[in-house]
Design a protein around this ligand. Sequence first.
Ligand code: ATP
Length: 528
Amino acid sequence: MGRFFSSTKKSVSEESREDLPCMAEGLASHSHAIQVCEIVAVHKTKDDDSKETRKIFYISRTRQHQWRCDDVTFHSANQGLCEQWIQVINEQLSLLTNRPKSLLVYINPYGGKRRGRRIYEQKVAPLFRRACILADVIVTERANHARDHLKTEANLDKYDGVVCVGGDGMFSEILHGLITRTQTDNKVDHNQPDAELVPCSLHIGIIPAGSTDCICFATVGTNDPVTSALHIIVGDSQPMDVCSVHHNDSFLRYSVSLLGYGFYGDILTDSEKKRWLGPARYDLSGVKTFLSHNYYEGRISFLPAKNNNGDPRDKLQCLSGCRICQHKPSSTDTQWEMSEEKEKSDKDGMGGWSVITGKFIAINAASMSCACPRSPQGLSPSAHLADGTTDLILVRKCSRLNFLRHLLRHTNKEDQFDHSFVEVHRVRKFRFQPRQHELVSLEDLSQSPKKTGFSPICSAQTTCNHSTSHSSWTCDGEILPNVAIQVSVQCQLIRLFARGIEEQQQKCVLEDPCTLSAPEQSTYQSVD
Ligand SMILES: Nc1ncnc2c1ncn2[C@@H]1O[C@H](COP(=O)(O)OP(=O)(O)OP(=O)(O)O)[C@@H](O)[C@H]1O
């Protein structure tokens, strides 16, 4: 396709062009390439001498998965040649049909440090304008405004995607709005736990502007609004599994990251009472819950995943282009699996389900690694975003010291499942049934041998609520109203404007026929 000589910043001068032959000699050692799919836009601009020039805006990679929009300026004494170049680039760009042209944007003005609106206006909107993307913006006026608008009012035919400016709570609103709307439009009753849900046709983009932005971090590798905006502009696509959660055949919620009973459920319940503390509430409630050291009894049954889904301990991280996630079961696969399940069920009465009854400090289902800046490996480092499974982690009753050892492994690279009291299963479905009156403080149990059975026992530092002996489920940061739940993983139900975490800074691909080459750090530009 040819080459253009470039500089990312400086403009060209008549004198400098005379030096071009020298620059060309050093081309091989200094050249880098821009893939057409990473060009943001081409625009006419004026240089310092008011001469008309063409600027190419493109993606450059900086540190830790962050992207920036850089530019090169096209100059040539031959205007016709310059125009030809621009025309060819624009033709190539028009072939990229995955790029969104029209977006519906919801901004939560109160998320995180209340900077959502400013982040969008200053960092994101200028990039969308540069890429000629039309955006209809709605600043939410109350909780669930975005969800309700998506469910009923929004004219979704007009858009190629929905963008959420906020944190994980705001993302959850968009997720619920879009999935519910898709099922309603397709006459699917989501109260049926076995209903085959229809995947959403619109992509979701996340501009991180909350106090917790775990979904963005897990799918992009960084919490940076500019990087997220660029992933939206180039039309990246990352499929994602969604767990549907039911209680007694009625729908409760959808989850894409963590369903947690016991330890994490207790932390969230406690932290909700301390909202005034801001993000520090999670640390405080974490310490308090750890010291309380409660465990809960119940029965967990699960349908294990197939072997080709890998294993939670195989150390195969789900990265951009993950091979495990590319194997999406077809509907014939699913039908075959269902008949196989039925056959087994006829034989053993359980349909391949496993059952574990016990005392648990924590029961967690991680549908993604749940990595965040504090826990770079996450709760399940090898969990996959789009393989149709969730990693069920059972932490049985153990000493406080052992539990601390387990928790510390979330912050380092040691195998956090390598403890006798921890087990992990990759599953497609699971159910939980609590045993009545199961809240017990381990501390008190050792100090008060008379207090036995299943009645709640609480020490001074225990925070147990005497009106209930159960913990609660946290579902992506929301507390569920019921404890007995059924969970089913809906494979690749949604798509994000993301590409998963890139393994390393991608180098340019010089062999790619759709690649434009340019010398690095040159102060000169010219059309070859
Ligand atoms: N205009 C609004 N007024 C009040 N609440 C809103 C508004 N818009 C959205 N919300 C709600 O605010 C909650 C938190 O928003 P968000 O996730 O954006 O920020 P956050 O700081 O990460 O919050 P959290 O850490 O509590 O999840 C969401 O559950 C959302 O439903």
